[in-house]
Design a protein around this ligand. Structure first.
Ligand SMILES: [Zn+2]
Length: 408
């Protein structure tokens, strides 16, 4: 038994001053056990371990090829910065390269190094491909997808695709049926197409605002479709470069824990000549009910350069230059992933965006855990869950990290 005393425990409903009890790698109800280890936190904040549902690497290492030494190095780097649960995201690659990476990553997922594989592509819109190799983009292919799912042995957890491509909706349905989360992203789809994808089972919007048709007041596109749909979790790259703080604020206002409740699901604009049928949300009457949780998931989308400083790197075979912490395609302007950690994303949400600490922690932990279907085990500092936690210093930077009850 370990007890963290004098802690500011950050829970989904607010910050509670008290003690946190840990036994056998789990958070437990208070109990007096002789011989317990006591760690006095001196009033510091303790937040749940971060859950990064979209990340490509770090510390000079990439998940892209599934090489065990690189995967372990990247995961360890992010773990030291508070990410106790990580997906491994793969950018677009050639069929056999993706297949061999998935097979290898499945072993690492079985070992608990990563929580699963996120296929970002290869079925993405050419016009919104960002840093993905355009020559390797292809139309949705159920045969290839089934092969990847089979090789992943249950560890392919998410696929990002553009819903406007031929066959995309069949793939969304297939993914939903096989327990793979379909995510809408790298897309030029109009709002109606995005809504159709969500109705077909897609449940995530990949890095909202980035690499998708922008929000226009006469065509809200995938951004409005995702923000208006209570079933959809939206990822945000909160690195101060991909989405400016004012827009992150807007996203929290629209899809954060105190927004809504919206009538589920929003189906689009009512005809202007029939105001009585317009889908006005009911008036807001105080705190959000528990069945209307936040839908904002902070992600890093970090690539190998995270933690390495400026220099020349590779992302899925594409050359990337990092200057002043900003990763762009060599010779171009496309942002190519980030160089942040989840700790940076969390701290920026509080310091630069003005999100309350408990809501920023939720966006960095419980919401992505919920989206991935693992919130019964991780995502909050509640009894019965893994003792995955981050102790912060007075400036909200990482002081130390615990995973499954063990300090790392
Ligand atoms: Zn990515």
């Amino acid at each position: 038994m370990t007890v963290l005393t004098d802690a500011r425990i950050v829970l989904p409903d607010g910050v509670h001053h008290g003690d946190l009890h840990i036994s056998d790698g789990k958070i437990v109800e208070a109990a007096s056990t002789p011989g317990q280890e006591v760690i006095d936190l001196g009033g510091r904040h303790v937040v749940p371990g971060f859950v990064d549902m979209h990340v490509h690497g770090g510390a000079g290492a990439s998940y892209q090829f599934g090489r065990p030494d690189e995967v372990r190095r990247a995961a360890a780097y992010h773990l030291a910065h508070g990410t106790t649960t990580t997906m491994a995201s793969l950018v677009t690659g050639a069929p056999d390269d993706l297949a061999s990476a998935v097979a290898s990553l499945a072993d690492l997922a079985a070992d608990g190094v990563i929580a699963g594989v996120h296929l970002e592509g290869p079925y993405l819109a050419r016009d919104r491909c960002g840093a993905h190799n355009p020559s390797l983009l292809r139309d949705p292919d159920l045969v290839e997808f089934r092969r990847l799912v089979r090789l992943g042995r249950g560890h392919v957890r998410m696929i990002t695709l553009a819903p406007e491509l031929p066959g995309a909706l069949d793939l969304v349905r297939e993914a939903a049926d096989t327990g793979v989360i379909a995510a809408v992203g790298h897309t030029d789809a109009p709002g109606a197409t995005a809504r159709t994808a969500f109705d077909a089972g897609a449940r995530v919007a990949t890095h909202l605002f980035n690499a998708m048709r922008p929000l226009h007041h006469r065509e809200g596109g995938p951004i409005a479709a995702a923000m208006n749909d209570p079933r959809v979790t939206v990822e945000l790259i909160n690195d101060g470069l991909h989405v400016e703080a004012a827009v992150v604020r807007l996203a929290f206002a629209a899809a954060g824990p105190s927004s809504g409740p919206y009538p589920p699901p929003f189906k689009g604009q009512a005809p202007v000549d029939s105001p009585s049928s317009s889908p006005h949300p009911p008036p807001f009457n105080g705190p959000a009910p528990l069945d209307n949780p936040s839908r904002i998931a902070l992600i890093t989308d970090a690539m190998a350069a995270a933690g390495m400083g400026d220099g020349d790197y590779s992302l899925g075979g594409m050359d990337v230059e990092v200057r002043d912490g900003r990763a762009v395609l060599a010779g171009g302007t496309s942002i190519a992933g980030s160089t942040i950690t989840m700790a940076d994303a969390f701290r920026r949400a509080v310091r630069d965006v003005g999100v309350p600490v408990h809501q920023a922690a939720e966006a960095a932990s419980l919401t992505p855990a919920r989206a991935l279907g693992i919130s019964s085990r991780v995502g909050s500092l509640e009894p019965g869950k893994d003792a995955d936690l981050v102790v912060l210093d007075a400036d909200l930077r990482v002081d130390w990290v615990m995973r499954r009850g063990i300090r790392v």
